[in-house]
Ligand binder design. Structure first.
Ligand code: PLP
Length: 221
């Protein structure tokens, strides 16, 4: 079996079937993505719009693309027609931009609210208080062309496993408190996207429903 297919089949053996595996293919060549596709992988994630657009046209149309990197509002237009999920919604302004572009083409776009859970300040995402303030003061739930499907978070890149577990637990708690308040009637609000190559086992223990894995599938280059 080619290496990428082997990596995917190993990962699948470690992951409950209810958890979705998103293969993060940023910086990886199209040939590697095809290899993963031929092994049955259909969810792929990219973090740059231009790279995504370049690759998408060379790849099968039934791939479901997830945007996982910071997205500028002026770039929404170029991906809104095909993107399967935008996991990296980190501001109300971005949510409004996605809604208005989606409305123009009569689409409803699945989104996750990216929440800042790490100790590093460099990572983007809503802080929990900011998120609540936005939900209270803005008409988030009246945006008809975005469907908020849950939350996404990136844990700190540190060896302190207690800290990483705590960050994942915080994200899970945040998900449940949002579900019990603003999204009580939302049947779509069900995803907790957390866990990468280095920390996916911990994320699974803390209730992840969606893993974003790059180097364990494609290797490090
Ligand atoms: C790159 C990236 C990943 C995958 O990272 P690996 O450590 O290669 O698995 C997951 N999530 C986000 C947001 C990323 O940017």
């Amino acid at each position: 079996m080619p290496l990428i297919a082997e990596n995917i089949s190993f990962l699948k053996s470690q992951i409950p079937s209810s958890v979705r595996l998103v293969a993060i293919s940023k910086t990886k060549p199209v040939g590697d993505i095809i290899e993963a596709y031929n092994a049955g992988q259909r969810y792929f994630g990219e973090n740059r719009v231009q790279e995504l657009l370049n690759k998408k046209d060379l790849l099968p149309a039934d791939i479901e693309w997830h945007m996982i990197g910071h997205l500028q509002t002026n770039k929404v237009k170029s991906i809104v027609s095909f993107i399967s999920m935008i996991q990296s919604v980190d501001s109300y302004k971005l949510l409004v931009a996605i809604n208005s572009e989606a409305l123009k083409i009569n689409r409803v776009v699945d989104c996750l609210l990216q929440i800042h859970i790490a100790t590093e300040k460099t990572k983007s995402g809503f802080s929990v208080p900011d998120l609540y303030e936005n939900l209270q003061s803005e008409d988030v739930l009246l945006l008809r062309n975005v469907r908020i499907c849950g939350v996404m978070g990136i844990a700190s890149f540190i060896s302190d496993t207690n800290q990483v577990m705590k960050e994942f637990a915080n994200l899970r708690e945040c998900f449940h408190s949002l579900k019990d308040s603003y999204f009580r009637s939302g049947i779509y609000f069900k995803e907790i996207s957390m866990g990468m190559s280095g920390d996916y086992a911990m994320a699974l223990k803390e209730g992840s429903t969606m893993l974003r894995i790059g180097s364990l599938i494609f290797g490090k280059r």
